[in-house]
Design a protein around this ligand. Sequence first.
Ligand SMILES: Cc1cc2nc3c(=O)[nH]c(=O)nc-3n(C[C@H](O)[C@H](O)[C@H](O)COP(=O)(O)OP(=O)(O)OC[C@H]3O[C@@H](n4cnc5c(N)ncnc54)[C@H](O)[C@@H]3O)c2cc1C
Length: 394
Amino acid sequence: MPEHYDSIVIGAGIAGCCTAYALQKKGQKVLLVDRSAVAASGGSGAAGAFVSPKIGKGSPLQTLTNEAFHFSKDFYLEHFPDYFHQTGLIRIPKDEEDAQKFEIYEPFNESKYRWVEKDALEKTGIYNSEDSFMFEEAGVCDAPEMCEAILEKVEFQQMNVGSLEWDGEFWNIALRQAQGPSVRQAQEPVAEVLVTELVEVVKAKNIVLSTGYQNKLFDMRYMGVKGTWGSRGDYISALDLKFSMHKSLSVSANVNGIVKIGATHVKGEEPCMRCDGEPLKELFTKASALVDTSDFVLKETFCGMRAGSKDYFPLAGRVIDVPFMLSEYPALTRGAKPELKHIDNLYICNGMGGRGFVFAPLMAEWLAESIVNQTEIDKRVNPDRLFLKWCRKL
Ligand SMILES: Cc1cc2nc3c(=O)[nH]c(=O)nc-3n(C[C@H](O)[C@H](O)[C@H](O)COP(=O)(O)OP(=O)(O)OC[C@H]3O[C@@H](n4cnc5c(N)ncnc54)[C@H](O)[C@@H]3O)c2cc1C
């Protein structure tokens, strides 16, 4: 007899780990699967995993990000404090022009902050800066360790999900043994996952797709999920760097003798084409203008793709039955607005962009609440928002 679950979550990055955790907390029997043997083998393992507020002129995305920031820092501090370091984060203007905007941004700072003057920064060893905002409550996660700690609380199997079939009552999932990288691999391209024979079929009432930038299981083009590539280097250093900082790149505080430098910047379809540490050189040069990197020794490099949605808001909610909608309502392309039909019991938690560690705990909570208690998902993150506009562009 196949095993029956309430929900199977596909993808053990920060989004999938948080979703599985939230569903289980609400009483569900949950299975989390990933094609890799460990959590955070995708973008989540590469992340600098800074958890900080967003600054700006009060845009809806800023408001949502800051709501998520408060939720996530409390979530990590309460449940996984060993892997969240509340170092504080200094948000440094990119240049003089940007510095002038900070005064405009100030009234929209929804989190606790204080100004730190350029001179004071210089005294703490942070150079070439302008007057900046310090967010004391911000911090940085140990990305893979955080995902692993969350994963420890839920049932997990290493499996590559190749196909899913709804039988009217349950999703039947053909789990195939994956032979991919079983550990996170630094400095090497992510190996193609080789699929071997079918080993098991499992059943679940609900499926949650948290597969990051790879979304080939269903037609979800309307969500516009795209990958942006980035890299991170972990450097051994004795530099007394008490705070994390973000300018055009992120540099962490020194936590246990390690300083992390990272950024995501290259749009691309393919993962990790240049994992030889080469792209880090540019980041390192920029970091060297900020802090004294003279004793930095590169310990490890990471690279990965982060998945962003078309409008940069996260995606948490049900998945529309695109083939049905397009064949049933051809007038969609001319602006018709029929009632949307969703695929039964299929959900997504994805599109976290450059802030997966900020968004995932709150998105997971909202999604789990909507699955378990049938509450309406917040419109700002419901993927439905993108469908009609996408149809008109077909
Ligand atoms: C260099 C870098 C720096 C970053 N810095 C930060 C930061 O400072 N702060 C922050 O909050 N965010 C940061 N991010 C962004 C953050 O990493 C992402 O938002 C986050 O990783 C998204 O997590 P995810 O779970 O959606 O996707 P992923 O972590 O990519 O996880 C997707 C998982 O799905 C699995 N999968 C896919 N298809 C299948 C399948 N068919 N069967 C089984 N498994 C499957 C993959 O193996 C993978 O493990 C950074 C990203 C990068 C790359």
